[in-house]
Structures are given as C-alpha cells and as structure tokens.
Design a protein around this ligand. Structure first.
Ligand code: AMP
Ligand code: GLY
Length: 469
C-alpha cells in the first residue's frame, strides 16, 4: 500500500470525521499531521504528529507545514477561520504542498455582501430581496434609522438582519424570533452596524437543506442533501448554534423535498459554479467545498440563505462515513483537477451532538436540568465506542470540543461529541445515534431529543405541503 502524509487543520468533530476517513483508507497508508485547536483525544491517537494551535493562526499552521514538508503530500483545511485568513495561499506559497480549500480571495463566506452580490448577478431567482447598509454612506444614527425603517416598510417588517462579516455584534436576527418591533430590530441592527456593514433581507418561509459539493476548481461533484438543526432547543426553539445535529436520507434528497426541489437546487448550484469559475483565471482557486449553500425551500423554489466556503459541521459527518470512494482518492482528484463525481452509499445517516450546559444558553433557560459547574470535567466515551460490537461500522463516535488532560477525556465549551448512526432509514440511523449518545457518561452534557425525529420530519413535510398548496 502506498504511504502518504496528510496535514489536517482541525477544529472539532467535522475534522475528526475527516481523520477517521483518512485512517480507514483502503488504498493508502495515511500518516497524519494534525494542526488542532485542542488536544482532541481522537486526533492525538491517530496522528503521527499533533500540534495544538488554539487560535488556528495561519502563520503557526504554515510553520507546522514547513517543519513537516518532507513528509507531506497534501493538506486539507476544515474550519472557516484559517480558510478565510488565507491558509491555502500561505502554505502553497511557502511549501508548494497542495492545500484543499478555496483560496482566500474566493472564500466568500468572509462576506455576506459579496455572496449576495455574486448570487444577484448569477442566480437572482434564488436571492431574497436585500439591501446593504454601509456605515460610510450614513451621517449619524437618524439618517440610517430612516433608511432602515423605509426598507422595513417595503418588506412589511418580514426582515432578517445579517452582519457582513461572520461573528460581529449579535449576528443574524430574524423578525418574529429575535425581535417583534421595528425598535427592537433597529437595536439589533445597531449592535452590528457599529462594527461595519449590515444587510437587511427579506425573511422567507420554508424548510432548510444544506447543499455541499466537492470541487477541483474545474468540476463540481454534488453531495446528497442534508438537514442541519441549527436552533439550540427541541422544536427549533432558542438561539442559533453551529448545529445540534443533522441527517441525510438514503436517497440524495430529503423527505420534505420533491425530486424537482433537488433538481432545482442542483441547477442553481451548478449555474453559480460555472459562471463564477468562468470569471476566475486560476482553475484551482475553488478547490475544496467552495459552495456549501444553505437553501430554504419555499413556495417559489429554493432560495439561498447563505454560502460557506468549507464543509458543514455537522453535515459533512453525514457523508464522509458513507462515501463509496476512498476519501484519499477524492482528495487527489480535487488536487489533480479530475473530480467529476463522488459516489455515496444509499444509506440514511443521523448525527446527534452532545454539548455542555452553557452551550446555546441551555443552563440559563433550564437551570434545573443541568449542573452548571460541570464543564471541563471528564467524559467517558468507552461505552459508546463499545457499541461498535453491536453495530459495527454503523456507529461512529466523533469527539469535537474535547481535550485529553492527564489521560482523561474532558469536555470543553463547544459541541463536545457527535455520534453518527447509519441505517436503511432515517429512523433506524437515529436509533443508533441515540443509543451512542445515551451511552456517553460523565459531565452534564445535553443534546436535542428531536434530531431527525419522525415528528420533526413530519412537521417539515406538512409545512411544505401547506406552502405548495
Ligand atoms: P445564516 O447565518 O445566514 O445561515 O442564518 C442563520 C439562520 O437564520 C438560518 O439557518 C435561518 O434559519 C435563518 N435565516 C437566515 N436568513 C434568513 C432569511 N432570509 N429568511 C428566513 N430565515 C433566515
Ligand atoms: N452547520 C452549520 C455550519 O457548518 O455552518
């Protein structure tokens, strides 16, 4: 078997799943060099060399690449921060090692305005109505307030406020969920506007799906649709999170979508890719997952909520364990410009995350349900891992925000551990995932109980029926 070296830039369970996919390669013996946000127990065990870079600073990542250059065949970057900050440009320039992720200039996740303008040009039918508010264009609060209120009148208040840059101010706010008066909306708007440009766009009604494609820059290989559960609490209540869990059906679309919805998604994504890549001179610039589109399926077809320039966390965990192709081969094809398609098993998968008491504000909203102090305490994954004896490859336990300390695996502050179940149906996959989740002992972690649940899916199906009627 050919021996190769791969650098993985890691943040959480999404990258643990990548590491797992490399480790399970049937065609290559992969030596892993992992630049990690923390001492992730899974990654520490699998890596030939493991380095902790808490801020995932690109200079430090690049230094690690330079030190191990002689042993590296390629690198792959999962998290958004180093992608946006130009990890690929720097590593390729200094080491010549090919890096899988888009180049800095094309990591449009960095700007919601840039995304909206690009989609407006290429696929206006999928863009909600929007207006950009740039602080440079307004003299004083009154002037911007007047402009905002005028736009809200046009939208009949059905509006969503989005900072241009990720994680500025209070972030995305949705009418009806985060504010119910113009004054409250404006307060949310100002909390972001003080840091820079803000978009106010039309609020659209529908059901969400995540669309991702692996890409070599020239070709575009779509992956099956997945559904993320973004809100913190059951029944889609509470604040938005990174995603509490996700599912994929055995087919390449979701139970609340029609075949036509999937075709529409594909057509929009394909059109964006073709017209966008045609404008870019460097045929490798869009390598990686340049289009991870959050679609909202509406009465009038799919609309784009946003685009990310990386694989989704957790959504890519629904895909990697059921790839029919060897993940290393997929990576080489991305580098060589030969990736025309990706084969995925016809299996359903469900990923559920367990998170600490503070995540999503759970401990504040449900003070009686968890012990607030139990963060940073040991988590025992052994019983969950032991379920492979029962389920074989149909269960995967992926530590995310966890740290190996004094030989114990401890929970940190973000999404601690994800358990993926694989099955013939979503319900079968969900039961495997839940059994794994319930086997995790230790710190007072919690999870949503309705990830991929029948009632949740049925509600989405009914919602779409009502919209289409
Ligand atoms: P984003 O960070 O843009 O994906 O937004 C976070 C969440 O806000 C999405 O998952 C949606 O639930 C919601 N959202 C964003 N944009 C809109 C929109 N135009 N209409 C309705 N909901 C939206
Ligand atoms: N699951 C949401 C994200 O990866 O941004």
């Amino acid at each position: 078997m050919e021996k190769i070296g791969v650098l993985v830039v890691a943040y959480g369970a999404r990258e643990t799943a990548m590491v797992d996919a490399f480790t399970r390669s049937k065609n290559y013996k992969v030596q892993l060099f992992i630049a990690d946000k923390q001492r992730n127990p899974f990654n520490v065990e699998k890596a030939a060399k493991h380095v902790v870079i808490p801020d995932l600073d690109v200079e430090k990542i690049c230094k690690f690449a330079e030190e191990n250059k002689a042993n590296l065949d390629f690198a792959i970057v999962g998290p958004e921060k180093p992608i946006i900050e130009g990890a690929r440009d720097l590593i390729e320039k200094r080491t010549g090692i090919p890096v899988i992720c888009p180049k800095k200039q094309y990591a449009i996740e960095a700007s919601k305005v840039e995304q909206r303008l690009l989609f407006q040009e290429i696929a206006p039918e999928a863009n909600p109505r929007f207006k950009v508010f740039d602080p440079k264009n307004y003299k004083g609060t009154d002037a911007v307030k007047q402009a905002v209120y005028k736009w809200l009148d046009e939208l009949q208040n059905q509006a969503v406020v989005k900072p241009d840059k990720p994680t500025a101010g209070k972030g995305v706010g949705v009418w009806g969920d985060h504010f119910t008066t113009k004054e409250q909306l404006f307060e949310h708007f100002m909390s972001n506007f003080q840091y820079g440009t803000v978009i106010i766009e039309e609020k659209i009604d529908g059901e969400e799906s995540s669309f991702m494609a692996f890409c070599d820059g020239k070709h575009f290989a779509p992956l099956p649709a997945t559904r993320d559960h973004k809100r913190a609490f059951d029944d889609d209540k509470g604040p938005n999170t990174g995603g509490m869990g996700s599912y994929k059906d055995a087919s390449d679309y979701l139970p609340f979508m029609t075949k036509k919805d999937r075709e529409n998604e594909l057509a929009i994504a394909q059109k964006i890719f073709e017209k966008w890549s045609a404008k870019i001179q460097d045929p490798t610039a869009l390598r990686g997952v340049p289009l991870y589109l959050a679609f909202m399926h509406t009465r009038g077809g799919p609309k784009i909520l946003e685009n990310n320039s990386r694989p989704g966390d957790p959504e890519i965990i629904n895909i990697l364990p059921v790839l029919k192709d060897d993940f290393v081969d997929v990576c080489y094809k991305m580098i060589e410009g030969k990736l025309t398609s990706v084969e995925v098993e016809k299996a359903a998968t469900v990923l559920t995350y367990k998170v600490p008491p503070s995540y999503g504000g759970y401990a504040d909203v449900f003070p009686n349900k968890v012990n607030k102090l139990e963060v940073d305490t040991p988590v025992d994954l052994s019983a969950a891992y032991a379920l492979t004896r029962k389920f074989g490859d149909r269960i995967r336990v992926y530590p995310g925000s966890m740290e190996l300390k004094n030989n114990q695996t401890c929970a940190l502050k973000s999404r601690v551990v994800g358990v993926l179940g694989v099955g013939e149906s979503i319900e079968e996959a969900r039961q495997v995932s839940l059994e794994g989740i319930n086997a995790i002992k230790g710190a007072a972690l919690w999870s949503r109980t309705d990830i991929a649940a029948k009632q949740h899916i049925q509600k989405c199906v009914e919602h779409m029926k009502q919209l289409r009627a």
